[in-house]
Design a protein around this ligand. Structure first.
Ligand code: ASP
Ligand code: MG
Length: 418
């Protein structure tokens, strides 16, 4: 049993979809569950649609039309016959989505958002399932909202493992036994009444949930990069592929902002020692990167992670007293209440410095903090993290730039750079 995940980039246009049967046919005879993301940047588009429709903004009509046209374009390239069954599903899905954006009901925003975003994955999996079927592969489309059961923490729903395990075992296993490969959606889930979602980029986590419950032999995440790279190719030309990394190292990298694997993915795999492979859908025969228990290769190559749009805030008490535990208690309380994540922190006698992403929530938090503390802040900064650093890579990344704050441990150096 193998669990595959195809991300947005691997299904972003008709040509990418045409590539998938070739990859799957290399695994003929294996039991497969195929988890698919929304096509290209569809989730971003649906997010914009949710925001616009929630605020009853007129822009929602154009946003909706663009999403529809994009999918229609891909579908028509793959299924020129207008009478194809796919279009019945299309009509139904778009009618449902349209219903949601024209509803007068007032929902909580996070709940409303979770009713809109699933259409990305619902559409992509319908297209792919029909395409695989026409390519002669035996497949079964399944609605993951009936398989992965969560609580009602909309936008970051918690999995009910017992209920999910029962559903997946009862419904997915028989399909596999009948020789069907199962095609289902990443990222979304259900709470029995409504759609929920597992958090952005959550499809990797979806594959790990299936792998854990079905005791899969491995998970393969198909990407547009040759594997797990030591840096984001958007920022660096000379990236190096990491051939093997440990589960813990991949969690560390994700913590510092590496985008390749969703951090929640690792635990369900680690608990059952299921290997995770990251492979390129452009070169399916190349070995890719293996994430497993072995830590022997972790320190071979320095990895760099750049987080942009960072803010460095220095917080001090109004009476210049030392920053003591009671201040920190108050400060952390406010960060937690406003759900602002601290990317790096450091304290001195009279000030406590925090580096964080620049978000709308942060603005509200800053106003709150200013009621009790003196604040100084700098924005438009970069937070650069180097794992397994050496002096050469530090110089390369910080040379000629102003470093506002630096922190080193044995394996990690972090710098806030102007
Ligand atoms: N489509 C979702 C997103 O873009 C989930 C995923 O791609 O993993 O966040
Ligand atoms: Mg995606």
């Amino acid at each position: 049993m193998r669990i595959f995940k195809f991300g947005g980039a691997s299904v972003k246009d008709a040509e990418s979809v045409r590539n998938i049967p070739g990859i799957l046919s290399k695994y003929k005879g294996d039991d497969l569950v195929v988890i698919v993301s929304a096509m290209g940047k569809t989730t971003n588009a649906l997010e914009a649609l949710a925001g616009s429709a929630f605020n009853k903004d007129a822009s929602k009509e154009k946003l909706f039309a663009d999403i529809k046209a994009y999918h229609q374009g891909i579908a028509e390239a793959l299924f020129p016959d207008k009478a194809h069954d796919l279009y019945k599903h299309f009509d139904m899905l778009f009618r449902e989505l349209e219903g949601w954006i024209h509803t007068d009901n007032t929902y909580d925003y996070d709940m409303y958002y979770d009713q809109i975003v699933p259409y990305g994955e619902l559409l992509s999996t319908r297209i792919i399932s029909y395409y695989l079927n026409e390519s002669g592969l035996k497949e079964k489309w399944m609605d993951v909202r009936e398989l992965i059961i969560t609580d009602s923490t909309y936008r970051s729903a918690k999995v009910d493992w017992d209920a999910t395990s029962k559903r997946i075992t009862e419904r997915v296993k028989p399909e596999i036994m009948m020789g069907n490969m199962v095609i289902s959606q990443g990222f979304i889930a259900g709470n029995g009444h409504y759609s929920t979602s597992l958090g952005r980029e959550g499809s990797d986590f979806t594959s790990a949930i299936f792998a854990h419950i079905l005791d899969a032999e491995e998970v393969i995440v198909w990407k547009d990069v040759p594997g797990y790279l030591n840096a984001d190719p958007k920022f660096f030309d000379d990236t190096v592929k990491l051939d093997r990394i440990s589960y813990t190292e991949s969690i560390e990298l994700a913590f510092y902002g590496a985008k390749i694997i969703h951090p929640k993915t690792i635990r369900p795999l680690k608990n059952k020692r299921i290997p995770l492979l990251v492979k390129s859908f452009l070169e399916p025969d190349a070995p890719g990167s293996l994430i497993y228990e072995d830590i022997s290769s972790d320190a071979l190559v320095p990895s760099f992670i750049v987080k942009e749009n960072q803010v460095l805030i220095s917080i001090s008490s109004r009476d210049f007293s030392f920053i003591a535990e009671d201040h920190l208690h108050k400060i952390f309380g406010l960060f937690s209440t406003h759900r602002v994540r601290i990317n790096l922190m450091q304290n001195s006698a009279i000030s406590f410095s925090v580096c964080t992403d620049n978000t709308a929530r942060l603005k509200v938090l800053i106003e709150e903090l200013q009621k009790g503390f003196r604040l100084k802040y700098n924005d438009e900064l970069q937070l650069v993290t180097i794992r397994h650093y050496d002096e050469e890579t530090i110089d390369r990344l910080s040379g000629g730039k102003e470093i506002l704050l630096e922190q080193r441990s044995r394996v990690t150096v972090q710098m806030v750079i102007k």
